[in-house]
Design a protein around this ligand. Structure first.
Ligand code: PMV
Length: 328
């Protein structure tokens, strides 16, 4: 008998970690070795529609109007298998996803993609999940996606499959802050975060220190966020990013996500600080910087970065919202 399913569309924003997730305790279930903490951004988001359809003989995935091959969409197929397992369905799905991240941004983030897919696919499958369970589900697509279910400052806790999910630290951010993305290279990352984490955990002699560093950073950054204390938030964020990247440099074989322009950009942020413009950087599994400042300094920071790297390489964003459902 043919079952009738309705289509569901969800929007999720990307997030940038201030205290990084770098290392998996379980790679299948995507359980992290440590907690992490991020800020969801308003500028970059993904809209995804899903409908399950008895007529399909395989999942169909379209990204920005381009139909993905089975290989290109393998992570989406695996994710839909989890949704089918949770909803006891065997039906295949049609997925249409649009990334509202400027294509040149080099920020194509799996966080907004899998958070939007978790929302739309679970609802289309007839599941009515709590935000906690949406976060657990999004985690199965990409660890950092667990945090994009919520807006503002978000913590994702380690644990087991039942207990590892994200929760808000400050969801409606009243602090006027900006995160400015500086794109020094828009190409796809050469070492995936999965492989980068694996290599760091397996071979960096400093990895044993990482859980202690993260625990201390989290303990100190949360009150600083609630006090809107940019100096402390920025210092902790910048040091945490450098320590994460030190794990890649100290791995065997050694690797880095930095390029020459990354170092030039870090120096620029430091010299801006010396001239009294308070701003701090972080960076993920790629060469691009994200720079945190008070919104009153956003124009100055953007202008300084634009004059060195070009205006089309700089994108200013503000704190964003969590997962929302859009009407079809
Ligand atoms: O969620 P993944 O597997 O794309 O890993 C994200 C890793 C970092 O972006 C470097 C850090 C983080 O916490 O987002």
């Amino acid at each position: 008998m043919t079952q009738l399913f309705s289509k569901s569309t969800a929007r999720a924003h990307t997030n940038i970690a201030l205290v990084k997730y770098w290392g998996k305790a379980d790679s299948d279930l995507k359980l992290p070795i440590t907690d992490s903490l991020s800020l969801t951004l308003d500028g970059f988001y993904t809209d995804t529609s899903v409908v399950f359809d008895d007529c399909l003989t395989a999942d169909e995935v379209t990204l920005n109007s381009h139909r993905l091959s089975l290989d290109e969409a393998s992570r989406v197929h695996q994710f839909l298998d989890v949704v089918r397992e949770w909803s006891h369905l065997t039906t295949f799905a049609r997925v249409q996803s649009v990334n509202h991240v400027p294509t040149s941004a080099g920020l194509a983030s799996s966080a907004s993609a899998f958070a939007a897919l978790a929302g739309s696919a679970s609802r289309a499958a007839g599941l009515n999940l709590s935000r906690k369970d949406l976060s657990r589900l999004a985690r199965r697509g990409s660890g950092s996606a667990s945090r994009s279910i919520y807006g503002g400052f978000v913590q994702w806790q380690k644990g087991n499959d039942e207990t590892s999910y994200a929760f808000p630290v400050e969801e409606d951010v009243t602090w006027p802050i900006s995160m400015v993305a500086l794109i020094v290279d828009a190409n796809q990352k050469k070492v995936s975060s999965t492989l980068g984490m694996q290599t760091s955990v397996a071979s960096s002699p400093f990895y044993a220190q990482w859980p202690t560093i993260v625990a201390k950073d989290l303990e100190e950054i949360k009150p600083a966020i609630l006090n809107h204390d940019l100096t402390h938030v920025g210092q902790i964020m910048e040091a945490n990013a450098m320590r994460m990247h030190a794990l890649t440099l100290s791995a065997a074989p050694s690797f880095t996500y930095f390029n020459g322009e990354t170092i030039r950009a870090m120096n620029l942020v430091q010299s801006l600080r010396q001239t009294g413009v308070e701003c701090y950087f972080t960076l993920d599994a790629g060469p691009n910087l994200k720079i945190l400042c008070e919104s009153e300094n956003e124009t100055t920071v953007v202008a300084a970065l634009a004059s060195e790297f070009g205006a089309d390489h700089v994108l200013a964003t503000r704190p964003g919202k969590g997962l929302t459902y859009l009407s079809d």
